[in-house]
Design a binder for this molecule. Sequence first.
Ligand code: GRF
Length: 215
Amino acid sequence: MSTRIGVLVSGSGRGSNLQAILDGCEAGTIDGRVAVVVGTKADAPALQRAERAEVPVVVVSPRCFTTDEAYGAELLHQFERFRVDLVCLAGYMRILPAAVVRAYRNRVMNIHPALLPAFGGKGMYGHYVHEAVLESGAKYSGCTVHFVDEQYDTGPIIVQRVVPVHDDDNAELLASRILEQEHQAYVEAIKLFSEDRLRVDGRRVRVIPDPVAGN
Ligand code: GRF
């Protein structure tokens, strides 16, 4: 069954991961389609990408709600309205309201631009992540696609890609090399989900071998 994907983006998200997901669906790599893109602000470039792809866009601004519960209820309402099977966070900077995590347990993914469980958590986003990696002297970084739980960057890991840190790297160069891998990793994780090949067992996510390719 074709997977109906809801993508959630924050603020002024540029939407390159959203674009990779749209392209992955268009190319048939992902057995699914983006059913709705939900943004927190109307003027995000990510939302323009969605409109260009003729995907419905909804703006749900957390500021318009007095409680996190009410904000979560509206998100859930939108995901249900568009019959979303899988929620993909793509540059979403907030903790997802608990009711959404509960209703979509192991059906919400996030992409993080480092190799979790290192360099994650509150405040670890954008250039802060890459600066922390460079500062640490780590020789490798990368990206992680994981299921979302109640905290920042702690849910079960689905796919990781490793990217070497070069001696002459700065945060910007490292970020752009990692971003290329993010796009591939996110499409790979969603493809596996769309083929019903992911099994969550505690903190581990096992991938069921592809019956056709034998891998
Ligand atoms: C990416 O670096 C992703 O890892 C992080 O937010 C950024 C979103 O970039 N969660 P884009 O909007 O998809 O280009």
